[in-house]
Design a protein around this ligand. Structure first.
Ligand SMILES: Cc1ncc(COP(=O)(O)O)c(C=O)c1O
Length: 453
């Protein structure tokens, strides 16, 4: 630790963490020697280095410095009951004692499948996978095999994981995004197959006229239209009234498979976002909360399309495996987590989410900041704009907006609050009004400090 001159005030916990001799700094230097950028995940890095977790309990996370913070990120929204939930832990331990993985199917898999099929009317059959990315990949392959077509339509600014055929136009900006009526198909990563950009039709969200025209032009070559009912990456724009039902109608007319990516939005209620906003998709992809904190993904949907995966009557039309798909530990954890998410539990989180958005937006207004807390239900996102968010193009792309968000992220961390560096956050069931009010107080302090500087 750097020696401090006498008489200076005690350094903040954040200042200690940022010193070159801190446990975090040492761990990060070691991490960077063995892993690129010191990390396994693109989103987890923020300069100079992220906090390193030591343990979590309920809605609190303790870092390797011993500093405890309120965790409003919950492993990127996947932990609906927070950390080390006793019910989920018990289910994992009981399964652990019976074995961690089998080549054979097991009872927890059947029970979780039943729970999900019974909750979501559009899901008649389900297939488990290991991540949301895998689920999206499988859903698109099913759509191609079902329709005999190759192309995919997706919305501008929407993230669906890192399968080639969805890694397009989620990070496009004013320099390369084309017109609002005809957004350009821009690769969001290097290394995609050459054919990808040409095989993806990019649509503007909440713009019925443009969607109708673009689908009219490309419809007969499109296997699938994939949409996230509440897209985090696009700032959580809510679908305009009837927009998802319109997508349902037009895709049915054109013979396109409609996929709802509910990897995040399944948090919105007992039957997911589709029960709240409508749309009745052919296929739904799931992940995050339904794995109870362990790695998971799933695709579910109408029996006719899902039958393409059926190995019981001969080689299936679509081959999908996965050594760990339907893993009993994950299935047991997911079942324990989801069983406790009753309609009343979702409703409680929704009310807390409303309280948080109201309190945070009042706090940002008091500080005179051009920012807002968007979102729905237990999901929220801090955005460096106060304008209503309708689609990807409502978001600000100037460096000042980026600096504002980085400042708020850092300020909240100093106040003991964890959200993602791009503003994503969520609630967990161990939270109550007290934790929500602590968030608002922390935002008051962070925004107030930035206003003074
Ligand atoms: C909407 C959506 N779809 C798919 C994915 C990919 O899921 P995973 O990270 O489990 O691969 C994500 C991840 O955040 C997501 O938000």
């Amino acid at each position: 630790m750097t020696p401090r001159p006498r008489g200076t005030e005690t350094p903040s916990e954040e200042a200690v963490r940022l010193e070159s001799g801190s446990a975090t700094a040492r761990l990060h230097r070691e991490a960077a020697r063995y892993m690129v950028g010191g990390t396994s995940r693109i989103h987890y890095f923020y300069p100079p280095y992220p906090i390193y977790a030591r343990s979590g309990s309920g809605c609190r996370l303790t870092d390797v410095e011993g500093v405890e913070r309120l965790d409003f990120l919950n492993n990127m929204t996947s932990l609906i009951h927070g950390h080390a939930d006793p019910h989920v832990n018990r289910a994992i331990v009981e399964q652990l004692e019976r074995g961690t993985a089998y080549s054979e199917p097991s009872e927890p898999e059947v029970r979780l499948a039943r729970l999900l099929v019974e909750r979501v009317p559009s899901i008649e059959r389900i297939r488990f996978a290991n991540s949301g990315t895998e689920a999206v990949m499988l859903a698109i392959k099913l759509a191609r095999a079902f329709t005999g077509r190759g192309s995919v339509a997706k919305f501008e600014g929407f993230y669906h994981g890192y399968y080639d055929y969805v890694q397009v136009s989620y990070s496009s900006g004013p320099g390369d995004w084309g017109t609002q009526q005809r957004p350009a198909s821009v690769p969001s990563s290097g290394g995609l197959a050459d054919s990808v950009a040409g095989d993806i039709v990019v649509l503007p969200f909440n713009d019925r006229q443009s969607v109708e025209r673009l689908l009219g032009e490309h419809g007969r070559s499109l296997a699938a239209l994939i949409v996230d009912p509440l897209s985090n990456r696009a700032g959580f724009p809510r679908p305009l009234d009837g927009f998802l039902d319109f997508l349902r109608r037009i895709t049915a007319q054109l013979g396109i498979v409609l996929i709802f990516d509910e990897v995040i939005s399944f948090r919105l209620g007992f039957g997911g976002a589709q029960a709240k906003y409508g749309g009745d998709p052919d296929l739904t992809t799931l992940g995050k909360i339904m794995g109870g904190g362990l790695p998971v993904g799933a695709v579910g949907g109408c029996a006719e399309i899902m039958a393409l995966l059926d190995p019981s009557t001969g080689p299936p039309a679509v081959a999908s495996g996965g050594t760990f798909s339907g893993n009993p530990l994950t299935m047991a954890a997911g079942l324990a987590a989801m069983e406790r998410m009753t309609p009343a539990a979702f409703e409680r989180l929704d009310l807390l989410g409303e309280r948080l958005r109201q309190g945070a937006n009042a706090s940002l207004a008091r500080a005179g900041m051009d920012a807002q807390l968007s979102g729905d239900g237990s999901l929220f996102r801090l955005l460096p704009t106060s304008k209503p968010v309708v689609s990807h193009r409502s978001l600000p792309f100037d460096p000042a907006a980026g600096a504002l968000l980085a400042g708020l992220h850092r300020g909240l961390l100093e106040e003991g609050i964890i959200i993602s560096r791009d503003g994503l956050g969520c609630l967990s069931t161990p939270m109550g009004e007290a934790e929500v009010d602590l968030f608002v107080g922390a935002l008051d302090a962070a925004a107030g400090r930035m206003g003074r500087n």
